[in-house]
Design a protein around this ligand. Structure first.
Ligand code: GDP
Length: 288
C-alpha cells in the first residue's frame, strides 16, 4: 500500500478538468456530483467545493444496487442534515433517475419560479455531471439520454462537441462529464478506492488489498462471505490471509505443489466485489 501514497494524479489532467469545469460554470445552473454509494465519502474530491464556487449541487449515489441499503439511507440522512440533497441511483437499470429530475427541480425551485415570473416560461435548467473515474458518469449520461426526447444543438460558448440533452421541458443535461481526480492522502481512502476499482489495479499489491477487504468483510458482513463461498466459515480462520487461502481452496485454485494460488484468489475476490457478486456491501459509514 505504501506505493499508493506516492501516486499523484497527473497534474495535466487536473488542469484540464479545472479549465473544463470553470468554462462550463456560467452555462449551468447546478452540478450533479456522482459518487459510488459503496464509498460515498472516499469517492468525492474535496477540491470540487472551491472549483464550484457556490454553484448549487446535488449528490447522486450511484451503484446503489450493490451498496447496503441501510448504509445508503444513513448517508442520505447524513447529507440532508448537512444541507445536501443526495439521491440514490442505479444506472445499470435506470432506477432512481426520476428522483434525480425531481431533486434538481426542488433544488432550483426558486430559479424556475423566477424564470416564470420574468416571462421566461420554458427556459430550461442546465446541469453538468462530475465525478471521479469509474463512478458511472457515462452510464448515468447514457441512461438519461435514453430517456431524452431530443438532443439540443451545440450552444455557443461550450467547447465544440458538447451537447445538451433535453430530459424534459425544463431540464437539460450536458453530455460531457467533468472528470474529477481521486484524492487519497489518507491510506484508508486509497484502499477503498482500490477495493471498488476507482484506482486501477497494478498500483497496489493485489494480495494485500484482498486481505484487507476480507478483514473488513469478515468483521462487517461475514454472512455475505459464507453465502458466496459456502463452507468457508470466517470463524474457523485465524486471520484474513487464512480466509483467503480457504476461499482459494474452495474454488480449486491450487498450485502444482499443492499450495493455494492466493494471487488468483485475490484477483477473483476483488473482481467479485467490484461486480457486486458478494452482495450489497458498503465500505464506509457516516460519522454521526
Ligand atoms: P465513468 O468512468 O464515471 O464514466 O464510469 P462508467 O459509466 O464507465 O462506469 C464504470 C463501471 O461501473 C462500468 O463497468 C459500469 O457498467 C459500472 N456501473 C455504472 N453504473 C452502475 C450502477 O449503477 N450499478 C452497477 N452495479 N454498476 C454500474
Amino acid at each position: 500500500m505504501s506505493q499508493m501514497q506516492n501516486i499523484q494524479w497527473f497534474p495535466g489532467h487536473m488542469k484540464k478538468t479545472e479549465r473544463q469545469i470553470t468554462a462550463c460554470l456560467p452555462l449551468i445552473d447546478a452540478v450533479a456530483e456522482i459518487v459510488d454509494a459503496r464509498i460515498p465519502q472516499s469517492s468525492r474530491n474535496p477540491s470540487l467545493d472551491k472549483l464550484l464556487g457556490g454553484k448549487p449541487r446535488l449528490l447522486l449515489m450511484n451503484k446503489c444496487d450493490i451498496a447496503d441499503k441501510v448504509a445508503t439511507d444513513k448517508w442520505i440522512s447524513y447529507y440532508r442534515a448537512n444541507g445536501v440533497i443526495a439521491v440514490p441511483v442505479d444506472c445499470k437499470t435506470g432506477k432512481g433517475t426520476d428522483g434525480f429530475v425531481k431533486a434538481v427541480k426542488l433544488l432550483l425551485a426558486d430559479k424556475l419560479r423566477s424564470y416564470d415570473e420574468k416571462g421566461l416560461v420554458g427556459k430550461p435548467l442546465r446541469v453538468m455531471v462530475v465525478g471521479i473515474p469509474n463512478v458511472g458518469k457515462s452510464s448515468f449520461i447514457n441512461c438519461m439520454s435514453r430517456l431524452s426526447k431530443a438532443k439540443v444543438a451545440d450552444k455557443p460558448g461550450v467547447t465544440r462537441g458538447n451537447q445538451w440533452f433535453k430530459i424534459d421541458a425544463r431540464l437539460e443535461l450536458l453530455d460531457t462529464p467533468g472528470v474529477l481526480w481521486p484524492k487519497f492522502d489518507d491510506m484508508s481512502v486509497g484502499e477503498k478506492l482500490a477495493f471498488t476499482g476507482a484506482v486501477k489495479d497494478g498500483v497496489t499489491d493485489t494480495e494485500l488489498l484482498a486481505v484487507r477487504l476480507l478483514e473488513y468483510m469478515s468483521r462487517e458482513y461475514p454472512e455475505r462471505l459464507e453465502e458466496r463461498y459456502s463452507g468457508v466459515l470466517t470463524a474457523d480462520c485465524d486471520d484474513a490471509y487464512e480466509l483467503l487461502c480457504a476461499i482459494g481452496k474452495r474454488r480449486g485454485m491450487i498450485l502444482r505443489g499443492g499450495e493455494v494460488d492466493t494471487e488468483r484468489a485475490s484477483v477473483m475476490l476483488l473482481d467479485e466485489y467490484r461486480g457486486g457478486k458478494l452482495g450489497k456491501i458498503t465500505l464506509e459509514m457516516p460519522e454521526i
